[in-house]
Design a protein. Structure first.
Length: 402
């Protein structure tokens, strides 16, 4: 029996016993402290580590280090890289960087189409053994027949399609939510239909084909309703949303690039629907969509800045403070969203990977302290509870505070 509180019941006794045994060994005994809470290693199924091709934004070394500091021992990296992992040759470049630089488990996605251009199907069969799923993240697959072909091949390979859902013709040059803030400040808005219409299209295809299907970063109330209905009909669909969509809406916007992400912060009504979605199980995972950019790329205001914010180091403290301590969900439910559900859906074992937290520690989000090269966070200055004391992956301490 350890002094530290271990929260892993949702993953079963084997994980709990493994973590308990590890914490009790001499190497990790300093974590066996009644002040601390021990969780299974968190799992984020949607991150951008920017290598190969954009190492000035993030590297495998800095991205995985930032993840470890956030309590994560497994992440899935999106394919909008250079070269895009759309073939075995291109994927191997990323796999080499993972082997050489990652301090945690990193599972890459392969692209759905060549160059993520939506025109030619990528080498799904060749990549299948070394990817966690197929995605054209950052771009929606516009052509119905192309998505149908991808789903048919993915079903044959038993690999999930992981979809960024966005109808290009409905974007109309928008860059924040088409809501009150956009109207009051003269900005071009992105309508909610640009997201939910493609989710609806894809789910009809999933009904037809029967592949595994996961929806990235949902942000609208209509998306929640559509996915809830599909689940009730037995469709094999899961989905994720991000911490920022659960604790912010477009009333939080400021004229700064650190508030610009895609999809954008939506309305208060959308936010409430997302919260209900995590409560009732419609939304399976909380994923950060950690998307670092250079300071210059994020210093051009809402209109001109690049889309994307960082979140891997703040996800747990933000969710714990503003969802758990506020009474919206339980701590056990949060761990399901960060650990159990993503690992089960994508077949990522936990082993005895774990992360140790002081839940009573109070801090203020300061991007200058981030290990990530990206510093653009909408949570700058927010007070949070919870400090990561250590993260252990494959029996090795990959992060230790101080």
């Amino acid at each position: 029996m350890t002094n530290a509180k271990i929260i892993s019941a949702s993953l079963g006794h084997a994980v709990s016993d493994g973590i308990c045994a590890a914490v009790s060994t001499p190497e990790f005994s300093r974590f066996d402290d009644s002040r601390y809470t021990v969780f299974p290693g968190f799992c984020d199924v949607h991150v951008h580590f920017r290598e190969p091709g954009f190492s000035y934004k993030e590297t495998m070394v800095t991205g995985s280090a930032a993840s470890a500091r956030g309590g994560y021992t497994a992440v899935c990296t999106m394919p909008n890289l250079n070269p895009v992992p759309d073939s075995v040759e291109h994927l191997n470049e990323q796999l080499k960087l993972i082997r050489e630089g990652a301090c945690i488990h990193v599972f890459p996605y392969g692209a759905i189409t060549v160059g993520e251009k939506g025109e030619v199907l990528a080498d799904l069969e060749g990549m299948a053994a070394n990817v966690i799923g197929f995605s054209d993240d950052g771009k929606g697959v516009q052509n119905d027949d192309m998505m149908r072909a991808a789903m048919m091949k993915a079903k044959e390979l038993n690999v999930p399609i992981v979809a960024h859902c966005e109808v290009n013709e409905l974007l109309r040059g928008g860059y924040i939510h088409d809501g009150e803030y956009a109207r009051e400040h003269g900005h071009r808005g992105i309508c909610s239909e640009s997201e939910w219409a493609q989710i609806a299209r894809d789910l009809e295809l999933v009904k037809e084909i029967g592949c595994k299907y996961h929806v990235c970063h949902i942000s609208t109330k209509e998306s929640v309703d559509i996915i809830r209905k599909a689940k009730a009909e037995g469709v094999d669909v899961t989905c994720e949303t991000g911490p920022h969509y659960l604790v912010m809406d477009d009333s939080f916007l400021q004229e700064e690039g650190r508030f610009k992400m895609n999809p954008p912060l939506r309305s208060a009504e959308d936010r409430e629907a997302l919260i209900q979605g995590i409560i009732d199980g419609t939304i399976d995972c909380i994923a950060t969509d950690h998307a670092p950019h250079s300071a210059e790329e994020k210093a051009k205001g809402l209109e001109k800045s690049a889309f994307g914010v960082v979140g891997i180091e703040t996800a747990f403290p933000i969710c714990y403070t503003y969802l758990v301590k506020s009474g919206i969900i339980t701590l056990e439910k949060l761990i399901d969203l960060l650990v159990k559900n993503p690992r089960e859906r994508f077949g990522i074992p936990c082993g005895n990977d774990f992360t140790v937290w002081d839940l009573d520690a109070v801090d203020v989000v300061d991007p200058d302290d981030f290990l990530s090269l990206g510093k653009a966070t909408p949570f700058e200055g927010w007070q949070v509870y919870g400090k990561c004391i250590a993260t252990v992956c494959d029996g090795k301490i990959v992060y230790s505070a101080g």
